[in-house]
Design a protein around this ligand. Sequence first.
Ligand code: SAH
Ligand code: SF4
Length: 359
Amino acid sequence: MPSDTPTNLYDLTRPALGALLSDWGFRPHHRDVLWSGLYRQQARALDEVEGLRSDLRDTLRERTRLSHLATHHEAFSSDGFTHKLLLRLEDGQTIETVLMRFKGRATVCISTQAGCAMGCVFCATGQMGLSRHLTPGEIVGQILHVQRILRASGESLRNVVLMGMGEPLHNYDNTLAAVDVLVDPLGLALAPRFITLSTVGVVPGIRRLADEDRPVQLAVSLHGATDAERAALVPAGRRWPLAELMDACRYYIARRKRRIFFEWTLIAGRNDTSEHAHTLGALLGGMDAHVNVIPLNPTVGYDGDPSQPASVRAFQDVLMSHGVPSTVRQRRGIDIDAGCGQLKSAVERRSRRSLPTSP
Ligand code: SAH
Ligand code: SF4
C-alpha cells in the first residue's frame, strides 16, 4: 500500500492501537471499546461498533480504514468437511484459506504470504514463487472471514494452522503481530495452544521464536533427514543445513519446554523407505518430538506419487522403534487440493483456458 493510504485498523495490535489513539488524545478505555467492537462484536464498519464516541468515530473515519477480504472463488470437498476459499486482497492478489468443519472444533488453515520464495519442489505455492508478504491485517482478515461463515451456523473456531500459502517465519513480524491479535484476551481470544505455526526451517526465526516465547505450537517441515536428500526437496535446506536446524530445534524445546512437531510429506520411493525412516528416527530419537506424516498430494508441477498405506505403516513402525511417535494426517482439508497453493493454481489454470471457475 502507498504510504498515504489510511491505516488498516486490522493491521494493529491492541498496544499499537492504544498508541495511535493516545496520540490523538483518547484514553485507553476508548481503545478497548473499539477493540471489542472489531473482534468481539466483529463489526464490519465503524458505524456498527457499539459504544464508540462520535468524535473518535469521525477521526477514525478520516484517518483509518477497515479492509475486508473478498471471496474470489470457493469450493467444497467431496467429504463435505472442507470449504476452500480463494480470497482477494486489496491489490488483487489472491490467497488460500481453508476451513475444516469438524463439529465443535472447526480448524482453519491460513496463508502468511502471497506465494512463497522457498521453492519446495512438490509444493504448488513454491512452484509459483513469492509475490509479497501479507500484512497483519490480511492474516487476521482470513480469520474474520471464516468466523463470519461459522457464526452464521452457530459454530466456533478452535484450531488455527499457519500452513496455507507462504513461509510464516520469512514474514516474521507481520505473522507474529497477527498471532498477537488472534490471542488477545479482549478480542478473538483464540487459545494459543490451538495455533500451529509451520515453518520450512528458517533457523533465525525458530531461535527468535524460542527467545520471545510467542504462544504457539511449532511445526517444522523436514521431508529429508540428510542434507542432500532434504535439499533436493526443500532448497531452503542448503541455506540452513540440518545440523543448524536441529540445534535451533533443541534450543527451542529447551527454552520453551514445549515439544516440536516435525512434518514429513511421504513420497513413494523418494523418502518413504525403511532406510529413510531409520535415518529420521536416529535424527529425532531422544528429542521431545512428534512426526506428522502426510502422504504427498500430487501437484501439476511435480512428478511424484504418494506413499502406499503399507509403506506409511512400515515407516511409522520404524520411527516407533526409535521411540519417535507419529501420526498420519488424513488427506482431507489442507491435505487435499487446497493444501498449499493448489486451489489458486487450479483456478488460474482454468481462467487461462477461459473456463468457468465454479467446481
Ligand atoms: N511454509 C510452511 C507452511 C506452509 S506449507 C512450511 O513449509 O512448513 C504446510 C505443509 O504442507 C508443509 O509441511 C509442506 O511441506 C506441506 N506440503 C506442501 N505441499 C504439499 C503437497 N503437495 N503434499 C503434501 N504436503 C505438502
Ligand atoms: Fe513455501 Fe512451505 Fe510450500 Fe515450501 S512447503 S514452498 S516453504 S509454502
